[in-house]
Each structure stands twice: as structure tokens, then as C-alpha cells.
Design a protein around this ligand. Sequence first.
Ligand code: PEP
Ligand code: MG
Length: 871
Amino acid sequence: MAKWVYMFTEGNATMRNLLGGKGANLAEMTNLGLPVPQGFTVTTEACTQYYEDGRQINDEIMGQIMEAIDKMEGITGKKFGDKENPLLVSVRSGARASMPGMMDTILNLGLNEEVVETLSKASGNPRWAWDCYRRFIQMFSDVVMEVGKKYFEELIDKMKADRGVKQDVELTAEDLKELANQFKAEYKEKIGADFPSDPKEQLMEAVKAVFRSWDNPRANVYRRDNDIPYSWGTAVNVQMMAFGNMGDDCGTGVAFTRDPATGENGLFGEFLTNAQGEDVVAGVRTPMHISEMEEKFPEAFVQFKQVCETLEKHYRDMQDMEFTVEHGKLYMLQTRNGKRTAKAALKIACDLVDEGMRTEEEAVAMIDPRNLDSLLHPQFDAAALKAATPMAKALGASPGAACGKIVFTADDAVEWAARGEKVVLVRLETSPEDITGMKSAQGILTVRGGMTSHAAVVARGMGTCCVSGCGDITMDEANKKFTLAGKEYHEGDCISLDGSTGNIYDGIIPTVDATIAGEFGRIMGWADKYRTMKVRTNADTPADAKKARELGAEGIGLCRTEHMFFEGNRIDAFREMICSETVEEREAALAKILPEQQGDFEKLYEALEGNPVTIRFLDPPLHEFVPTEEEDIKKLADAQGKTVEQIKAIIDGLHEFNPMMGHRGCRLAVTYPEIAKMQTSAVIRAAINVKKAHPDWNVKPEIMIPLVGDIKELKYVKKFVVETADAEIAAAGSDLEYEVGTMIEIPRAALTADDIAKEADFFCFGTNDLTQMTYGFSRDDAGKFLDAYYDAKIFENDPFAKLDQTGVGKLMNMAIELGKPVNPNLHVGICGEHGGDPSSVEFCNKIGLDYVSCSPFRVPIARLAAAQAAI
Ligand code: PEP
Ligand code: MG
């Protein structure tokens, strides 16, 4: 019989896959002898089984849960539904990888009309007992039965208004009792049945709800963003309740062993007296700093500090903990490696090495490469910032600078961003449903909540700027307006946020590119030491190339030459080239372009200082360049000595039904060899000049022919290239060497790579096109239907962002295995978008690529991912 349920005493930290992070760590803390309210974990495999069984908990799992309850009753001396000493539990999700706020939690489970009376009498604290009960009804109704939270919140607001009080804590036991009754009536009205009173029935429903929450939309979005497979499932933790809301000698808190924003070593966190955990995390009340706990609960605080030390030493990483103090006694509810900003991640990793807790390799492995993005994101322009005065200040919850138009709902954020607006999402507080809206926004501003509130944690994870807890705002969400610093702001008004300082500014403050410093260099140095794969960049301009070099690129893996034709008035000559009807006409136009291209290439070689540069010959369909405006058509006609009608006829002739599979790539060179010849001359002349100026640099052009599917295409084009190049080199009396290679971006090229390798000095996988043609998905249109694919669980990720290792990857592997034996000197890289995606980089390392090439800002990410793949 499979084992589906583990008591905390039966597990340990290595069982994360089976018990989820929370369950494994609760077991580990139990083993360490820390004060953990006892309970059990229903495994992630039980979750997977629940889905396999058609969303049912089977008898075997159910039986094991019931046994575990018996054991728990034995350990705690309390009993479910007991009139003397009732057991109350929390039911919480816990996946392998932490997914803060994405899934569901239910507290105070086990309460019913009789139990609440018992608790009320036994504790001598009826207010607390009724507060627990009304919270439970509220959470159970919302999470398990999906009765919207808002109905209950309205009832609370009404009760507070009736009683003339502002805070929940000012409501009396009688008020709360009445609220509980109102809640149950609401439940009955919405569900059509009485609120369940049997604790075991409540528990089974709650476990199902947690399993079900694995598949809720926000969890699906979060998983997609964080590369967490759907197949993992979530565990469920059932734990005896410890009460932080039993009075003023009780409380609850969330704390980090180091500052999650800066990485500074020292306790950092928040605490609320007379409250339950959800109050801190949900950001409903703004909590006090953890240091104030020392005054209120000196003994528990000393003990807590010891626990922090024990846990950090044990896990050798910064911990994020949840705890409760019940009548002055400390209970640990959770520990995990804390989420942190990129800046903090780098500092913590370096400090842990300096403190002797981690090796360099481990430090490199600790950093999530995607997190570096936030270091590379815009900051405010310093001069503009100096001139600006903040109108308010709140918590700098997630760093970076943001400016944009105010929107008040997540949906509006998505909609406005889709039409190209930059938006700042302003909310009373964010809830997990807001995740897509948060993603669409440049920044997030919340009225309530602390550094550990949902908005703060999620924004930090996304690397999106967030300022939280701005209590100075008087919010009117219903009418989409708020007042701050004496000014009324409406939807569409502009605002700027500094997520590092928490400053809020009126209007737009321009942003500038990020500069990276501090521990970044140290970690990158270690990454470079341990990685074996090179990292190049996709750069078309000298400025991009320079930026990429600063970020550590070791060469250019792809220069898309077509991007050079839009500069200045070059497009005119290019259009003349396209609309030529004879070779002579075309050559005349190309002659105008040649010096421009040569100049560009010289600058690229200069910027790369002898590092390799791969120049890809013209690739896109010609119709992308033709004029559409009447005025431009006339200008072209005049320049060509043709009539407007003639030009229009040529343009019509260029129309293609399926341009991505049309007249592009090496097909252009086959039809117009003079284009490839011109580009060869430009590359070779540029290289000769730069080599002359810098004899010590290793200038060796790599000419790359795109979209080859047949060896004969490559042979045909290569012939012109080699003839032209050799003639240029001979004429200059130079000894320049060069290579001619090809992109592998058509499945047939991969399938016949043994042939192609005979002619190619190198392969570079163009995985954008290779994905497009392997799946038969248009890379420009797939976005329209991918959402349906995610919903239907056909895809978990966009295959244009994260490499499909099973299919496209198999073709890549095949191409390497076929190509290398034929040409042992063949070097192989990737320059599709996947070259900057960490999991794809890992795959590239595994199949033996020499380098990955990605956009400049993703170079550090690729360097780190390559090191992690090698470690
Ligand atoms: C590719 O197809 O992956 C590639 C790099 O080329 P492009 O995106 O220019 O088609
Ligand atoms: Mg391509």
C-alpha cells in the first residue's frame, strides 16, 4: 500500500518532492527539536492521484488521513469536535517550490457551534473563540465553497459602522457571535445547505480545496513564470493551531534572517499582536517592526532569535519564517529559503561564502538567473530625480523605477498595457488574483500592507517595482480616484515610483538604463570561472555590442544585417535594390549600400576587440521593406526613373501569402547573388581594415547563411561568398582568414546535418524558426492561441520562450551528432531567443554547444545559467 500521509515526525528536509517545501521543513524543524505544533502532511503524490482519480480523494488516502488524525489526537491530547479539549487545525498548501499566496489556506478548522462554546468557556475568552469561528466560516466559505470574500467583508464593514468602530479588534464577543451567525446565514443562502459542523467533513473538504487550488488560474500563471511543472502537485499540511489572536500576550509574525531587499545580515520582519497569520501576509493591517516584539515579548523574542540562528546555520541560507506567540509561548509554523531581490541574493551569496557557510560553486548555484533582470532594469534619470520632490513615501517593497499612467484594476492594467500604455497599478491592497495585472504594470502602489504582504512578495519575485503600505492615500477604488498630498488623482494621471526608497512622485520622471555594481561582479566572476560554455550576444549595432561587452559577452553570435538598413536614409537605397528589375539596376543600388554596411561592420569589429563576430546575411522577406505611403512610392519611382504604376506593380509582385516560409533567407541570395556578394565585400573589407589597425586582434569574420534546408543551397551561395571574399583578400594583399557557416533553423537542415557539415565551418541554431517550423506554429501569430493551449494543459510554457527539448531539442541533438563526426572542427551555437532562457541554456550545455547567444541584457543571465549547468 502506498504511503500517502506522513506525520511531521516521519519526514525530513530531503523529502521536499514528496512532502512539499513546507511539509519537509516542518518535519525538519520537528527533528531539530524546535517548537512546532504537530500535525501531518498529505503528499504531493496524493494530489496527483486526486487528479488522476477525476478530482476525488480515494478511500486509501482518506483512510490514511483519518489514521493521521487519530495519531495527531494522541500527540496533542486534543480531539476533533471534543467538548472538553477540542482540536483545531490549519490546512495549508505546500508545493515543492514555494508559490507565495498562490494557493489556499484554511485556519481554525474543527470549529462548530458546540466547540466554539467550549472554547469560549474553557479559555475564559469568548471574544477570541468567536473571532476564530467567524474567521473559519469566512475562510472555509471563500476557499472551499468559493463564496466570494466580499459578502463577508461587507457584513464586517456594516457591523463596524453599526457599532461606530474602525478596527476589527474593537468588535466585542457579542458582535463577533452575531457576525458568525450572519456568515452562516450568508453561506446557507449562497450554497443552499447548512454550514458543515462535522470537523472530519470540514477537513476532507479543505484538503480537496487545497488540491484543487493547484489548478487555479493564478497558480497556473505563477508556475508558467517560474518554470514549475504542473505535474508536481501540492502537498497539504494539517497542523494543530497555535493562536496569535487570544489576547494582547499573543501575536503572529513573519521574519527573515537577513533583509530580503538589501541582503543586510540581521533580523528583518513584521509582527502583529492579537492577530492570526493571514493578517500579516494579506497586508490587511499594517504591522510593527520585528524589533518591537522584543519589548512586548522579551522571552519569546530571545528564543526566536536562537531559532533563527539554528535554522540559518542548518539550511545555510537566509530563512523566511512564520511564527505565532500564544500566551507568550513561541510556535514555529514555517521556514523556507526566503525570496529576495537580486541585489540581496548577490550580497547574501557572497556573505555566506565569506562566512564560510558556502563554497563559490554553491553561491553561484543559489542565484536565480532570472532574478538578475531586476538589476538590469531602468532607474530614474539622476538629474531629473534630483529636481523632483517626493510627494509621499511608503515602503520600498521591490526595487527599480517606474513611471506611467494610473490604473485601478488588474484588468485595466492588462488592457491598457496591451494597447501600448505604460501603467502604474494603484490598489488598496493586492490579492493573488491581481497577478496578471501586476505583470502588465511598470510598477505597483498599494495603500495597505508591509514588506511581506502579497504585493511586496510577488512584485519582488517578478522584479517589478513596488511601493506598498502608503497609508496617506485616501482611496476611492469604486470611482477610480484617490487623494494624496492634497491632490486628487484619476485614472490616466501620471505618477512615478521608486521601489528602492519607497518615494512616490507626481508626474513622469524619465528612467535610464541600469548600472550594475556591488557583488554582481564577484558572482559573475565565479560564474565565468565555473562555466564551460561561451556566451555571445545578438547585436546589430555598435551600441548594443558595447553594452553586451560590458555585460560580459564574449562575441557576437548573431548580427541581423537587415536591421542595419533602416538607419538614416539607407532605406531609400535598399528600396531601390528591391525594386530593381535588372542585375545592373540592383548592383547600382547595392553599391550605395556597401560602404554603409562596411562602416557598420568596422564599428562592430572595433567594439568586439578581436572577439568573434558572426554576421548573418540578409534574411527577411523583401516585402517588409517596401514603401506603403503614396509619397514614398513616388520618391522611389523618381529615383528609379520608373512610373508610380511600375513600382506599385513590383510591390504587388512581392506580396506573399506566407512570408515566413516565402522568399527570405538564403533564397534571397540564390535569386540575387549580388546581395550576398555585396555583403561579403562589406564584411571582408571591414575586417581587413580593422585587422590592419589592430594587428594583435584576432579578426576572423564568421559569415552566416540563413535558412538553409539543403546542402546544395549552401554550396551554391557559399561559392559566391568564397569567390568574392578571396578576391577582396587578394586585392588587399591581406592574410585574413574567415569562416562560412549556416544557421540550422529548418528541420531538414537538422535531419541532413551530416551533409551540411561538409560545407559549413559552424552551425548556429536559429531556434525561433526551428520552433516555428518544427511545430508548424507561426512565430508571429502563436500568441493568439497559446492561452488556450495553457488552459487545456497542452503547453505549460511558450515554446518560443522556453525551448521544447523533446522535439526541437531532439533535432538540435541530432544535428550535432550528425555534423561533428563529419567535421570535427565544426563549432556550434544557438542564437534564437532561447539563448537567454536559463532552462534552455542548461539544455544547450547538456548537448554540447560551444556557445549561446542572446540579447545584451540577458548576457549575465546566460553566464550564470551556463555556470549553473556546468556545476
Ligand atoms: C532564429 O530563427 O532563431 C533566428 C535567430 O533568426 P531570426 O529570429 O532572425 O529569424
Ligand atoms: Mg531565423
